[in-house]
Design a binder for this molecule. Structure first.
Ligand code: PMP
Length: 383
């Protein structure tokens, strides 16, 4: 038997820019890895201990498919106290990470041919997920000149009778932008006027630079918004795989039906850890967020001193999207050469969409001394 048994979609291996660069890096020693969006911190100890204790007490079974009732309630409490948004636990579904949350929600709403508008540059799985759920992704190219802002007017141009949803991500991976309340209001109005859903990926909600503010778009389009978020980034819990959806109860019910056929419930011990984390959000998240703010401020200040690099202001997330057009190289060649010449691994902007060409994403997921080492190495390079 050979691979021709694979579905037609998977018979031609798809190019995966990030995987190619990482494969090269894996063969090298002493690489400074600024590629992955995985905070370098270990999950706060009290979360680990709380989950471990619950496991020892016998919390080793499935939970309800929708998730632990206490965790769904804790998510509602958190949104109420932090953002003054009122949700009912029936509007919350616990998932195996935010990525899984978005997929089952798309699967629940899309019929073949339905369109989903995706502003680029973006977290690349969005496009694949729309296609896997039977829809057609419709891309809106961001503009380097305005720092790749998500622009409701540009999105409006792509709305057709087949459009069902828009996927946004703020604070943004990879651009580092945070949408303003005015920008969100304009998008909310568009969604309400055209009866569209907004899938709002808020996984970096806690990562906002001083002076900037994140407002959930659900404030402006409560009936049209589906929040996609999770524990991975704020609590350095990427490996625990806990995310969630918050949306209209009819959508949550359908997403839960989809999920019944996929994973049933999210891991029980991880849900227990997430519950402890959310109940102690501020004290556990603050040190992690502060460390990232310090790193991003450092990169923001030092990178523009390199003649062939430019950086627009970082408003949030854990990334800097750096302009490398002055090198004359495309982003894939640049990343390849940066790895070979300086042992630094970054992600080519092309991995986030065609409009990301000429940029690379630098993740601040290494301690400050490693970032300093990387910057010193970059300062010595010429192209
Ligand atoms: N959304 C965005 C924008 C991300 O950058 C990531 C992780 N890199 C995810 C979702 C995935 O989150 P999770 O680990 O909860 O699946």
């Amino acid at each position: 038997m050979d691979s021709s048994i694979l579905s037609k979609t998977y018979q031609q291996p798809q190019s995966n820019i990030l995987a190619d660069v990482c494969a090269l890096a894996a063969k090298m020693d002493n690489v400074i890895d600024l590629s992955v969006g995985d905070p370098n911190f270990t999950t706060p100890q009290p979360i680990i201990e709380a989950a471990f204790e619950k496991a020892k007490q016998g919390m080793t079974h499935y939970t309800a498919a929708e998730g632990l009732p206490e965790l769904r309630q804790a998510i509602c409490d958190f949104y109420h106290s932090k953002y003054q948004l009122s949700f009912d636990p029936a509007q919350v579904l616990i998932t195996v990470g935010a990525e899984h949350a978005l997929f089952i929600a798309l699967e629940a709403i899309l019929d073949p041919g339905d369109e989903v508008i995706v502003p680029e540059p973006c977290f690349s799985p969005y496009l694949e997920q729309v296609k896997m759920a039977g829809g057609t992704p419709v891309i809106v190219d961001g503009k380097a000149a305005d720092g790749f802002k998500i622009d409701a007017a540009e999105i409006a141009k792509k709305v057709t009778p087949k459009t069902k949803a828009i996927v946004i991500n703020t604070p943004n991976n990879p651009s580092g932008n945070v949408m303003t309340a005015e920008e969100e209001q304009a998008l909310a109005k568009l969604a309400i006027d055209h009866n569209l859903l907004i899938f709002s990926d808020e996984i970096y909600a806690d990562y906002v630079m001083p002076g900037k503010q994140f407002t959930p778009i659900a404030k402006f389009a409560p009936e049209n918004t589906v929040i996609v978020s999770g524990m991975s980034k704020s609590f350095a819990m990427t490996g625990w795989r806990i995310g969630y959806l918050i949306g209209p109860d009819w959508l949550i019910r359908a997403a839960n039906d989809v999920n019944d056929a996929v994973t049933f419930s999210a891991p029980t011990m991880s849900q227990e850890g997430a519950l402890y984390g959310l109940q102690h959000h501020d004290e556990l998240v603050a040190p992690i967020v502060q460390a990232f703010q310090k790193r991003l401020s450092y990169l923001q200040e030092e990178l523009p001193k390199i003649s062939w690099l430019d950086v627009s202001p970082v408003e949030g997330s854990i990334y800097v999207f750096a302009d490398i057009r002055a090198t004359g190289l495309n982003s894939v060649d640049f990343a390849d050469q940066l790895l070979k010449k300086a042992g630094i691994l970054v992600v080519p902007g092309l991995a986030f969409g065609k409009c990301g060409e000429g940029f690379v994403r630098i993740a601040a997921t290494q301690p400050l001394d490693k970032l300093e080492e990387a910057v010193e190495k970059m300062k010595k390079l010429t192209w």
